[in-house]
Write a protein that binds this ligand. Structure first.
Ligand SMILES: Cc1cc2nc3c(=O)[nH]c(=O)nc-3n(C[C@H](O)[C@H](O)[C@H](O)COP(=O)(O)OP(=O)(O)OC[C@H]3O[C@@H](n4cnc5c(N)ncnc54)[C@H](O)[C@@H]3O)c2cc1C
Length: 293
């Protein structure tokens, strides 16, 4: 049973921000509630005030244009994302990531904004958005600001959001017409599993079809926050991605980017050996998935 709380349904962003500021640590914003209510049920987190933002107009909807790219309302569910025709066609790596979240029921409730704001290193929606170069549109009582997703996380389960701020939308530029993307989640089972490791890759190649011209790699559960593997990315630039040995050689660099820790799910040593094996493998998968015009 959940302990008693007051339930607020603000009609506007400003109202939501004012309530969030007013109630501080005694209140919590919820969107889908899949994370918040589960924790409240367990008695882990108790709040006197729940501020339900899911129906606020500005947080709804998926918009896309070739020039502006993709704009996802923070309250858009994972299931809406995985079914959207343009996202499936142009942002497939995001679909690969959100499809691994929980179960259909969880994806039907859980929102992309909630996934980002949990700031969990294991969150499966974050890595794909990191490699797609997403940004967060944040609303506060003082107005709106945009923060690149890579700068959104400040520490374990901590974000740049101030007391009076909420995430409103996530914007994602249009990827190159020809790119390869892949998400790999390592877990002990195929559903209802928190990632022991999450690897996201976005790559582009030159006209010869094999020389790497852009590489973005994001790692989940490999550091206290979701990260980009910048040294490994730099290694790949200019390399021949059709050469398996060249791709595999990144295994000697990847641990310069990652610092997985011991947890009850898996120890750090195991995660380090997975990273060395699975990052090159995910790069090969992304290369194989290269869309060619
Ligand atoms: C059974 C189960 C399985 C799960 N499996 C996975 C999994 O495989 N992978 C995975 O990544 N996650 C998983 N989750 C976690 C969770 O469902 C997802 O992270 C989901 O996307 C959270 O979205 P939500 O809208 O339900 O968040 P909520 O529970 O509503 O909120 C989560 C956090 O984000 C904050 N928040 C939400 N929206 C905003 C906003 N717009 N602005 C500011 N703060 C906001 C809330 O205050 C809260 O701190 C699982 C959860 C359950 C219960």
């Amino acid at each position: 049973m959940i302990a008693r709380f007051d339930y607020h349904v603000p009609a506007s962003l400003d109202e939501a921000c004012a309530l969030k500021k007013e109630y501080g640590n005694t209140g919590i914003v919820v969107a889908g509630g899949s994370d918040v209510y589960a924790k409240m049920h367990l008695g882990d987190h108790l709040y006197d005030h729940v501020i339900d933002i899911k129906k606020i107009e500005d947080m709804q909807g998926i918009r896309w244009s070739e020039t502006e790219g993709l704009s996802l309302g923070a309250a858009v569910t994972h299931h809406e994302i995985e079914r959207h025709p343009v996202i499936k066609e142009r942002y497939d790596v995001l679909v690969q990531g959100v499809r691994t979240i929980g179960s259909l029921q969880v994806r039907n409730r859980g929102t992309i904004g909630g996934n980002i704001c949990t700031a969990a290193p294991s969150a499966d929606g974050i890595g794909p958005l990191l490699v797609l170069d997403a940004s967060c549109v944040i609303h506060g009582l003082g107005g709106e600001r945009t923060v690149p997703l890579k700068d959104f996380f400040t520490g374990p389960k901590q974000t740049v959001l101030a007391d009076d701020e909420v995430l409103v939308r996530v914007t994602v530029p249009t990827p190159a017409p020809s790119y390869g993307g892949a998400y790999f989640k390592y877990g002990r089972r195929n559903a209802m599993e928190i990632a022991l490791l999450g690897i996201s890759v976005y790559l582009e190649v030159a006209d010869d079809g094999k020389t790497c011209s852009a590489m973005r790699i994001a790692l989940g559960t490999s550091a206290p926050i979701p990260i980009r593997a910048q040294k490994t990315e730099a290694y790949y630039i200019g390399k021949d991605l059709s050469d398996r040995q060249v791709v595999e050689a990144a295994s000697s660099i990847i641990l310069e980017d990652a610092s997985p820790r011991n947890s009850w799910r898996a120890d750090g040593e195991f995660r380090r050996s997975l990273l060395k094996l699975l990052v090159p493998r995910t790069v090969r998968t992304a290369y194989g998935a290269l869309t060619r015009e």
